[in-house]
Design a protein around this ligand. Sequence first.
Ligand code: PGA
Length: 254
Amino acid sequence: MNKERKLIVAGNWKMNKTVAEAMDLVRSLKIELANVKEVDMVVCPPFTALSEVSKAILDSNLRLGAQNMSEHNVGAYTGEIAAVMLKEFSVRYVILGHSERRQFYSETDAGIAKKALAAHVAALKPIVCVGESLAEREGGRMEQVLETQVRGSLAGLKKEQMEETIVAYEPVWAIGTGKTASAQQAEEAHAFIRGLLVKMFDETVARRVRIQYGGSVKPSNARELMSLPNVDGALVGGASLEGRSFADIIKNSI
Ligand code: PGA
């Protein structure tokens, strides 16, 4: 597939996989994906598996991501993990503001923006998630919601930082539900987000930023979604938990 931007496909394992299970998955991914060069491939295990997964993928084309991090560098923040701690395991990416964190842990756009800045200071690339709920879409508020989230979660980033940021458009109604946005719905939302980036930054920045689609991506719909002009990769939940399906998503995207 000839794309303007290099595709980036990330597996968000969420709260799944013990270390032993993570090792099994990585072993199969390394075999399945050994020859892939066309796509940036990222696995995002739970914190507890980062150390072992990091060692296991050292000699591979897989890169490591975390699922969250603190906006603070150090100190009395019980239960939190700082960017420098992720860096110890050669983590390169960090998912920020996933809808599950917004919904279950009350994360706000302003808090996500602070985390995104802290990630850049530590030279981690944030994957900043945005997306509307079903009620918001059906109420005709999709664009308004996306604009608030995009402006709020990316506030304060410099142009160079924005270029190294990945945006993940994940309509909440498509996450873990088996319902995928249609090609037209995905392309419309991605184009809208890119348009916002033009207004917030400039044309060049907006052209360089990769926007992933997330929400029930599977081997059978990956090709169509990844062929859309403004879709530059995928953030995959459920289908990233099994080696064959994650590998097939990537192979079908090339
Ligand atoms: P899903 O999750 O692929 O299981 O829908 C996507 C996500 O939450 O990133």
